[in-house]
Design a protein around this ligand. Structure first.
Ligand SMILES: *Cc1c(COP(=O)(O)O)cnc(C)c1O
Length: 395
């Protein structure tokens, strides 16, 4: 079908929950994707921080084929070898003891909220309230959208859930004074991705840990976007030297195969007993086999080192761009989650880059967000910066 035909069909048959670009992507390899008309793009979106190993990574393709031929799905009523092995990998490479598998970031956060409530109902005298951050993003289910501290995601969905309050991000005093009788925990992103790659002051996460320890609260960290190597370590919390009570991961864990997970310490995880939470697809053999391959490949192929090195280089190059273009207000980033904040809306610039063969994302109106595959090279960065530079000249 032609691109026009596909787009017309898309508008006829799909619920219009996304404002889509007039492009049909049909193929990907490494850091590149191709559209229906054969045009190639350098992909710095990577399915929104998902394809960490790039598109069609041979190890991931091989695992999908092998596992699909062996066993795709069985119920969690049975033990599943790839699920067990992926859980072992996660607990051996984190401060956590137990894993619950699901299919997305929202589901992982939903599980974390439920586990916090379950634990609190049994161990904290019936507390249930979570403090989350303004401008946060935690997903689109009713509980996670309630946790999300942005009105624009709430509109039309009232009544939202009880038991959430929001305080400004990167503000420990505000957090401390919001703690109330019913507060059982704190939910926070190490870097706010969706709202524009907002990086808190050093020590912020440690401060939350200290407050949670002093006040007997659970610390839940949403690493759905920052986890699985994005910031240069497997988890962003590592760099802050912080051990939360729970973290959630998803996006890059399956490199595009849907999978999410909640990780918790034994003390907290013990509140989840048979029958109280579950998922038909969560942790199925195919998804978890892919997850294990993704993690093993990230470690075996030096992807974390590459992410740090190329991320530093990218940030330096963006800094140079800022010197040249007064419309750039600020550049920031850690590892390969980076942003260029503009003094004006960025949508036009995204289209201009697309015309020139570069896919980037604009979030929060005026922030260009870069969450490319972690296998990005310096040459790819040079190419991207060249296109950005030209697009900024043009517009
Ligand atoms: C993307 C994202 C989510 C939601 O993940 P889905 O897989 O879209 O449900 C939750 N939290 C953060 C921090 C995210 O970036």
């Amino acid at each position: 079908m032609t691109t026009e035909e596909l787009i017309a069909l898309s508008e006829r048959c799909l619920m219009q929950t996304y404002k889509r670009f007039p492009v049909v992507l049909t193929r990907g390899l490494g850091v590149h994707v191709w559209d229906n008309d054969g045009k190639s793009y350098l992909d710095l979106v990577a399915g929104i921080a998902v394809c960490a190993l790039g598109h069609s990574h041979p190890s991931v393709v091989e695992t999908i084929k092998r596992q699909a031929e062996t066993l795709t799905h069985v119920s969690n009523f049975f033990h599943i070898e790839p699920q067990i092995l992926l859980a072992r990998f996660l607990v051996e490479n984190s401060p956590f003891d137990k894993v619950f598998f699901c299919n997305s970031g929202a589901e992982a956060n939903e599980a974390a909220i439920k586990l916090a409530r379950k634990y609190a109902s049994e161990n904290m005298g019936g507390k249930y309230e979570l403090i989350a951050m303004q401008e946060s993003f935690h997903g689109r289910t009713l509980a996670t959208v309630t946790a999300t501290g942005q009105e624009r995601f709430h509109a039309g969905f009232a009544p939202l859930l009880e038991g959430f309050r929001h305080v400004p991000y990167n503000d420990l005093a505000a957090l401390e004074s919001a703690i109330a009788d019913k507060t059982c925990g704190v939910l926070v992103e190490p870097i706010q991705g969706e709202s524009g790659v907002v990086i808190p002051a050093p020590g912020y996460l440690q401060g939350i840990r200290r407050i949670c320890d002093e006040r007997g609260l659970l610390m839940i960290v949403d690493e759905v976007q920052t986890g699985i190597g994005r910031t240069g370590t497997l988890f962003a919390c590592e760099q802050e030297d912080v051990a939360p009570d729970m973290i959630t991961i998803a996006k890059a864990l399956g490199n595009g195969f849907p999978i999410g997970a909640l990780l918790a310490t034994d003390r907290i995880a013990a509140a989840f007993v048979p029958g109280c939470h579950g998922s038909t697809f969560g942790g199925n053999p195919l998804a978890t086999a892919v997850g294990l391959t993704v993690l093993e490949t990230i470690l075996a192929e030096g992807v974390l080192e590459n992410c740090r090195r190329v991320g530093d280089y990218f940030l330096k190059r963006l800094g140079e761009l800022k010197e040249k273009h007064p419309r750039i207000r600020e550049v920031r980033g850690r590892g390969l989650i980076l942003a260029v904040e503009l003094t004006e809306p960025g949508a036009e610039l995204v289209l201009e880059c697309m015309k020139r063969g570069l896919l980037i994302n604009c979030t929060n109106g005026n922030v260009l967000r870069f969450v490319p595959p972690l296998i990005l090279t310096r040459a790819d960065v040079d190419k991207a910066v060249e296109i950005l530079d030209a697009a900024l000249e043009e517009r």
